[in-house]
Design a protein around this ligand. Structure first.
Ligand code: IPM
Ligand code: MN
Length: 371
């Protein structure tokens, strides 16, 4: 992949802690641009509750268009109690769902890596998680989130009924499975496909399609199938058995939150949402922490910016081809943790902790050391 000299980036901080952690991530991005000698043209827009307040919609059409034209989108987080009572079309979460759908981003990559200095921050015993390194590949343009029919109706007896549909078709399954198999080839060559083929037709089709694709194109990769409930249990019992997990939208959502806690904090995990690759790089693509807007701590300046910073690293690697800088940023995060930098979510009870911007400073000073 060639490195271009200038990139168009769209930054969408969103709500709650989004803008606070984004500020630190942008400092890291500036550092990377300078180090690589490339220019970033950065546009920003409001999304989520902030956009509802300003424009009466969780995301403007214009913002979706800007995202389509950008080389990559860096997203913060959306939502909060203030907007919870709004009708469905006004919910802040629509912003991210629309971006995934309209940018054609069907695969959400969620790496779950235990950083050694954080081994004590996890609620799981050290021997179970030491060296943990797995990736969840979550389908995110289909399944229960988008399936039709969906809606709310009033039944003849006056009861209300909400309904959604879990659907998966051959093409939807194959394209996300290809991402998982390709990724596994660059790792330990092991894929675990997760569904509920024992109780759902969509799960059964998922299993059949993946099995056939595996036989046709990816026989060199080991494939296992697992029911989603068992997978949740296995992730806590023995997470190191997994290399790449591939699963649908709703199970991927739940299992990735669960998996994040193996690493000590939801505040540590970045993610990349990608579509088809163009000669090895992904564009458009969207990068976001897997944590939400954390309204309980928003405005206090204590959120952990690591997941947002590590999302920048994924963007540098997967969309911009700045592999050197991606690696340096990741190393700087580990280094900052090794030298004891902790935000509140990672600190032991009673231990002192850094503010969001102090954690940013800690990463930046590690970065500057490499210059
Ligand atoms: C995530 C989030 C989103 C999801 C919400 C904000 C719509 O929880 O990215 O995991 O459910 O996909
Ligand atoms: Mn989620």
């Amino acid at each position: 992949m060639n490195v271009r000299r200038s990139y168009q980036l769209l930054v969408l901080p969103g709500d709650g802690i989004g803008p606070e952690v984004m500020r630190e991530a942008l400092r890291v991005l500036q550092w990377a641009g300078k180090h690589a000698g490339v220019d970033f043209t950065i546009s920003q827009a409001l999304v989520g509750g902030a956009a509802v307040d300003a424009y009466g919609t969780p995301i403007q059409d214009e913002t979706v268009m800007q995202a389509q034209q950008a080389d990559a989108v860096l997203f913060g987080s959306v939502g909060g109690p203030r907007w919870e009572r709004l009708g469905f079309s006004l919910r802040p979460e629509i912003a991210i769902l629309r971006l995934r759908k309209e940018l054609g981003l069907f695969a959400n990559l969620r790496p779950v890596i235990l950083f050694d200095p954080l081994i004590e921050a996890s609620t799981i015993k050290p021997e179970i998680i030491r060296g943990l390194d797995l990736v969840i590949v979550r389908e995110c343009m289909g399944g229960l989130y988008f399936g039709e029919p969906r809606g709310i109706e009033t039944m003849a007896d006056g009861q209300r009924r909400g309904f959604n549909t879990e659907t998966y078709s051959t093409n939807e399954i194959e394209r996300v499975a290809r991402v998982a198999f390709d990724l596994a080839r660059r790792r330990q060559r092991r894929v675990c496909s997760v569904e509920k083929a024992n109780v759902t037709e969509s799960g059964l089709v998922w299993r059949e399609v993946i099995t056939a694709l595996h036989e046709r194109e990816f026989a060199d990769v080991e494939l296992r199938h697992m029911y989603a409930d068992n997978c949740a249990m296995q992730l806590v019992r023995n997470p190191k058995q997994f290399d790449v997990i591939v699963t649908g939208n709703i199970f991927g959502d739940i299992l990735s939150d669960l998996a994040s806690m193996l690493t000590g904090s939801l505040g540590m995990l970045p993610s990349a949402t990608i579509g088809v690759s163009r000669d090895g790089h992904f564009s458009p693509a969207l990068y976001e922490p897997i944590h939400g807007s954390a309204p309980d701590i928003a405005g206090k300046g204590i959120a952990n910016p690591m997941a947002q910073i590590l999302s920048v690293a994924m963007m540098l690697r997967l969309s911009l081809g700045l592999l050197v800088e991606a690696e340096i940023v990741e190393k700087a995060c580990v280094q900052a943790l090794s030298s004891g930098s902790r935000t509140a979510d990672l600190a032991a009870a009673g231990e002192e902790f850094l503010s969001t911007s102090e954690m940013g400073d800690a990463v930046l000073s590690e970065l500057e050391r490499t210059d």
